[in-house]
Design a protein. Structure first.
Length: 249
């Protein structure tokens, strides 16, 4: 049996949690995030260890979900450069499509002091969005959110679409507490301006541990296995580097 088949079999052994119960238990709109990059074999060991502490999100019979995110940035990639420079105050702006449930959200992720990430989002209908850009309601939400979070003095950028990121995601939810883990595989990037697609090695998984305090038992286990959080590990930044080959400023 292949390692991928063994991994799938182990995931089926997890107790499941519904989307409704996940939202009630673990919204995590304010959180700390740590990202790791693991191979499929390492993910298999990770899953074996996580089984007793985590449930798996299932909607119907599905536990692997397709995500597609379109990111927006300024014409000179200010949000990308803020991230690349590790600025404590930085943002990401995207439209996210939860493909399996056909839900769409406009999301703003704001990084602040003490490495806290705060996410704001509103639902939208694709037909209400102008081709290639944001409509006035989404622009207003973006500007109001930035002002509310950072104050009048912080700049907001004019936004244009840059790249899209797709992946297959598995979500684990802590049995105790509000911890959550996402496991992203089959990650790919596309550029709308210059039609192009790049896919990450299928043996590479991006693991994100999300928690209120930023330190969990599962991360202590990862540390003992020799894995460390990867700073500035952003799928958006990966895609920009691969597709747009930006000049750093």
């Amino acid at each position: 049996m292949s390692i991928s088949s063994s991994l799938s079999n182990e995931l089926l052994k997890f107790n499941s949690i519904s989307l409704h119960d996940l939202k009630a238990k673990s919204g995590l709109m304010i959180r700390r995030d740590n990202k790791y990059v693991l191979t499929t074999e390492e993910v298999f060991k990770f899953i074996l260890h996580a089984n007793t502490e985590y449930d798996i999100l299932k909607i119907g019979d599905i536990y692997r979900f397709q995500y597609l995110s379109k990111y927006f940035d300024s014409e000179n990639l200010c949000t990308f450069n803020d991230h690349n420079k590790g600025r404590r105050r930085r943002i990401k702006v995207r439209q996210r499509h939860y493909v399996d449930s056909d839900l769409h959200f406009f999301e703003i992720k704001i990084k602040g002091f003490r490495n806290l990430t705060q996410k704001y989002r509103i639902p939208f209908k694709p037909l209400d969005v102008e081709t290639g850009g944001l409509n006035s309601a989404l622009i207003d939400f973006y500007r109001e959110t930035i002002t509310e979070h950072y104050g009048e003095g912080w700049r907001s950028y004019g936004l244009v679409p840059t790249i899209s990121v797709g992946c297959e995601r598995i979500t684990l939810v802590g049995k105790a507490g509000a911890n959550r883990i996402t496991l992203d595989s089959n990650v790919y990037f596309t550029n709308e301006q210059e039609p192009n697609k790049v896919q990450l090695n299928n043996n590479k998984w991006i693991i994100e541990v999300k928690s209120p305090k930023g330190k969990t038992n599962i991360e202590n286990w990862l540390f003992r296995q020799g894995h460390r959080p990867i700073s500035l590990c952003s799928k958006y930044a990966m895609g920009v580097n691969l597709l747009m080959k930006p000049k750093y400023n």
